[in-house]
Design a protein around this ligand. Sequence first.
Ligand code: KIV
Ligand code: NA
Length: 276
Amino acid sequence: MSPSKRSVPELMASADPLVMVTAYDYPGGRHAEAAGVDLILVGDSLGNVVLGYDSTAPVTLADMIHHGRAVRRGAPNTFLVVDLPFGTYHTGVHDAMRHAVRVIQETGADALKLEGSTPEVLDVVGTLTRNGIPVMGHVGLMPQTATAQGGLTVQGKDDASARRTLDGALALQDAGAFAAVLEAIPARLARLITERLAIPTIGIGAGVHCRGQVLVTHDLLGVYEGEHKKIAKRYAEVGQVSREAIAAYAAEVRGRTFPAKENSFVMKDDVLDKLY
Ligand code: KIV
Ligand code: NA
């Protein structure tokens, strides 16, 4: 481990708030590390914002490894969390452990994240953590199973859902999770969960009282310009900048002003003369 990269206990003990962003490739890892975030997440939001799927369900273990390795090359000194994608931790603890080891070994991730708090998922969290793989939990809105949950909608608003979210977060902590993402739940519920847990909560659409925040980088940069997301804020319009730059290039090619002299190579006249 490099000296500047924090360990799990250091992260858990560090002053609030923790800053996490997603990254999916080498430049994304470089930018996040240079910006000085506390954690980088290779999220399976990869499926939506990079691969163009309409959910995270089609994302494979191979996809996560391919992108996770690239991020690690760009961010060698930042704590790196990689999502285990849908279906890779749902067929028993043995399969989950095998997939988890592959992701750790092949990407160089420091920790893995998985969604939910069913007894089966809690078993997996227990097995991974007992075997030395730090696990970040994820409750509230869980995109991998959003269809079953009733769509990509805020969770924890009624008695049953609020109770389920709180109990799920507590159970993840008991199972050994070192942190928990709270996605799309009311701010006051997130505050209550944050007060009840000893482990850090990392919110997205969960208000200001979580011990950390996470955003999908392609949302905050304006690279991914899907429907407006209440839970995200745009800090830049990189999509617009990209379109304008490509259009400027196209205009210069068509106007024969690019490449200019300074983009071109020269050679001696006598060498050229011999070719005629
Ligand atoms: O995949 C992802 O980007 C995530 C974050 C939104 C927490 O899971
Ligand atoms: Na995810």
